[in-house]
Design a protein around this ligand. Structure first.
Ligand SMILES: [Zn+2]
Ligand SMILES: [Zn+2]
Length: 291
């Protein structure tokens, strides 16, 4: 009985671990599906509210742009999850440890500068930025490029979806700002459960809401990480007000995205090796906090 309970607990724990990724995947595909429908059918709620017909090639351009962003989001997310940023299997050098090296009592090893232990991943991560709760994995030296590219396409995709969904908001509010339309936009779930709206109206209102909220959230993350990348800083260094490894803008970009930083974000297929090894970093500023 105990082993059965512990097995069930393990299964639930594993599911909880993958839940953010599953939820994100569901949202990304739902939004893409809805926006594709908007492009193809052009009638978000009622047939008589159709706007002027789009030509076939214009629809094709829209669909192509959508699926280009979708493929980039999924591919970068997959590579981000598959690229281990940890010290596992990495030769950290002999005994020649210099400034910034520390000893991790959990991993029982000396670790290089900018490396730190993650208690969620239970391992030390090279040039650790933060533990991403949406992916359930650490962002570090080797997977930073995929994290940022994924964020870029999520941001552009949500901006596009929000603009496309502006029509949904217009249609919902067309009859005037009534209590019904405001409630549908604010609490679509409750409106569905209480039988006030159809499943179709709920789906459109829910996805339109998700696009706006998601866009605001992803914008904050994306611009914060762009700012950090330009400064050659990790989130941890930004917290502790240190910026000792900045190499100037081109240097910071190539050390984050690789030597083809100017083009590699377009597709994960473009090879862009990182110039450093994630272990040795050139110190260009004070290692102490600046204030
Ligand atoms: Zn450790
Ligand atoms: Zn982690």
């Amino acid at each position: 009985m105990t082993s059965l309970a512990s097995k069930a607990f393990c299964r639930v724990e594993r599911l909880c671990h993958h839940l953010p990724v599953l939820l994100n995947t569901f949202l990304v595909f739902s939004i893409t599906g809805e926006v594709s429908y908007l492009v193809l059918v052009e009638a978000p709620l009622e047939a008589d509210q159709k706007k002027t017909e789009w030509s076939a090639w214009w629809k094709a351009v829209h669909l192509l742009a959508q699926y280009f962003m979708l493929v980039n989001i999924c591919w970068n997310a997959m590579l981000f999850l598959r690229t281990s940023p940890s010290i596992k299997g990495v030769f950290l050098g002999g005994e020649g440890m210099g400034q910034g090296w520390r000893y991790c009592y959990t991993c029982e090893t000396h670790t290089p500068p900018r490396c730190s232990h993650c208690y969620d991943c239970n391992v030390c991560v090279l040039r650790r930025d933060h533990h991403c709760v949406f992916f359930g994995r650490c962002v570090g030296f080797r997977n930073y490029r995929y994290f940022l590219s994924c964020l870029l396409f999520m941001w552009s995709g949500l901006l596009y979806a929000t603009l496309m969904n502006a029509e949904v908001f217009i249609v919902i509010l067309k009859e005037g700002v009534t209590l019904h339309s405001v409630l549908l936009l604010l609490i679509p779930w409750i409106m569905l459960v209480s039988g006030q709206v159809s499943a179709q109206a709920f789906a459109f209102a829910f996805i339109a809401d998700t696009c706006v909220v998601g866009f605001l959230l992803v914008s904050a993350f994306f611009f914060f990480h762009l700012f950090l990348m330009f400064r050659g800083q990790t989130t941890r260094e930004w917290y502790s007000n240190r910026r000792p490894y900045s190499l100037g803008l081109p240097g910071n970009l190539s050390h984050s995205l690789g030597i083809r930083w100017y083009i590699c974000w377009l597709s994960p297929l473009i090879q862009s090796p990182l110039p450093g090894d994630g272990i040795n970093f050139r110190v260009t500023g004070s290692l102490d906090p600046t204030r």
